[in-house]
Design a protein around this ligand. Sequence first.
Ligand code: GLA
Length: 384
Amino acid sequence: MGAQQVRERFAELYGADPEGVWAAPGRVNLIGEHTDYNDGFVMPFALPHQTTAAVSRRTDGVLRLHSADVGGGVVELGLDALAPQSDTGWTAYPAGVVWALREAGHAVTGADVHLSSTVPTGAGLSSSAALEVVVALALNDLYELGLQPWQLARLCQRAENSYVGAPTGIMDQTASACCEQGHALFLDTRDLSQRQIPFDLAAEGLRLLVVDTQVKHAHSGGEYGKRRAGCEKGAALLGVDALRDVPYAGLDAALARLGGDEEVVRLVRHVVTEDERVERTVSLLRSGDTRAIGPVLTEGHASLRDDFRISCPELDLVVDTALAHGALGARMTGGGFGGSAIVLAEATDVDTLTKAVEEAFAAAGHTAPRVFEAVPSPGARRVV
Ligand code: GLA
């Protein structure tokens, strides 16, 4: 749905034009998986898929929410009654943002919100972050809170961790809030310092495909939290604040100090090598050697599959099939246990590759995947 339609629908629902319309994108992560809650490095970029919100203020302590994407009418919530983990539906994300803003002392007195999204849900493409960030940005503008995009990202993460109850890191919200068109975002999740890295694949005759396996995942489930807890255990055993502090050059020595706890060894090895892969990717891109990042992506997949153990047969099938048909590199992206994979390929190989992946899925009896090209797109912004 375009901004104009979202605006018109708002007027039908609430009987007046909205004060404005905002949009926030989903993301894919190029490299740097499960490093964000270890204070490490990530490198996402924004997708053209986005959540659009038409919003007006209210003064009576009421939040009204409506989504074009889910059945049902307008949901009305009293701001004083918002309480962490009181809601398990989609409304928990926007309500959680309002809760987090008020918890941080911002005088938000209510809002009417109509939302419409083109970000696939449960596909590892950050539909939740897009939903949170678009609401946070709209309220920041309307209530003139003066918060910077990275501060909005922090508040949205608080909403997701405390209100929704999903123990996720800071990558997705920062990507949605801070990415820029034509760039990947090199983000240090310890202090949120950022560098925009030019990432124009088309100019080099390359494409990056997203393959949504249609295997749905959710991070409020236990596996994500278990990995996070295992990483925290590793950091505690090694006497560091976070696994980011384990130097790559000292990895073997660090693993030897883990006392044979094989589960923790695998988690630590993934995180420390993944941070190194992000840094290697950044230096390759900066030296103009874009094709050379392919093998780094593929190494990342092996590490997520074998050490972090969060892949699934469908994701592995995308990666194996793509590589067998000429891809430069491929890996799962996002939290894992389903969702999407990315494939870096020569533009001339894209049709053959796509067909090969679709045929492999059909032969294995899997639901047909959704394949699309990912072009680095703008971050969250006001559109009307
Ligand atoms: C999900 C979380 C992020 C990050 C990724 C894995 O997308 O929301 O914070 O941990 O998984 O890299």
